[in-house]
Design a protein around this ligand. Structure first.
Ligand SMILES: O=C(O)[C@@H](CO)OP(=O)(O)O
Length: 232
């Protein structure tokens, strides 16, 4: 019987990544380099003979398009894709749309790092009437407003990512499927933190580059027996 595999891919470089701007829930698309990274990710899966049974993405175009480009390159576009805002990037609050170096200068290195890579420090919230709030975006119209964040720490992100993981994804792994998740630097850090039981201290130095693929293989008790970071 084949073993369950979880294939995580961080979306390719976005236009905001390229410009060094905080993105969060801002729906910014892939840069040319990002499109290329998504293609390379598809080729890497092909080279490693990894063909997902099902795909999950966030509601943000950079993750959706990465999955689409990757699956096209893999010549494996027929599989079901499910999407949820619960896999969205961590909400960067009032830092969304701002230059990262400018924010670092304003808040100082220590606070900047605590928010950016720490576990339970959130950036300043958006004001509820801020045009950047997703409650103004019709895509989120059917989501309970209380669930739409104005800012998030990694801890907040982890809560919603794990909710979705246990509600929708674990059952596919229990059926021994190969599951692809195309998501974001911090929503994936939150998931990896749980999968690998990374401490709040050690998560600070854990990063996932754009376009990177991590593959976990599980035994029938859903214990991870292998981790591979695919290299081109
Ligand atoms: O801007 C963001 O939303 C994230 C990921 O692109 O940035 P950072 O890596 O600085 O957390």
């Amino acid at each position: 019987m084949s073993k369950a595999r979880l294939v995580l891919v961080r979306h390719g470089q976005s236009i905001y990544n390229q410009k060094n701007i905080f993105t969060g829930w801002t729906d910014i698309d892939l840069s040319e380099q990002g499109i290329d990274e998504a293609k390379k990710a598809g080729l890497l899966l092909k080279k490693n003979n990894i063909y997902p049974d099902i795909c999950f993405t966030s509601w943000l175009n950079r993750a959706i398009h990465t999955a689409q480009i990757l699956l096209k390159e893999l010549e494996w576009e027929h599989i079901d894709s499910l999407r949820s805002y619960k896999l969205n990037e961590r909400h960067y609050g009032d830092w969304q749309g701002r230059d990262k170096d400018e924010v670092k200068n304003e808040y100082g290195e220590e606070k900047f790092l605590a928010v950016r890579r720490g576990y339970d420090v959130a950036p300043p919230p958006l004001k509820p009437n801020d045009a950047r709030c997703v409650s103004n975006d019709k895509k989120y119209a059917n989501i309970d407003k209380k669930l739409l964040p104005l800012n998030e720490s990694l801890k907040d992100t982890k809560k919603r990512v794990l909710e979705y993981y246990s509600e929708q994804i674990i059952s596919k792994l229990q059926e021994q499927k190969t599951v692809l998740i195309s998501a974001h630097g911090n929503s994936l850090r939150a998931l990896v933190m749980e999968l690998e039981q990374i401490s709040e201290t050690n998560i600070v130095s854990f990063e996932i580059p754009t376009g990177e693929i991590i593959v976990y293989t599980f035994d029938c008790d859903m214990k991870i027996i292998e981790k591979n970071v695919l290299i081109g």
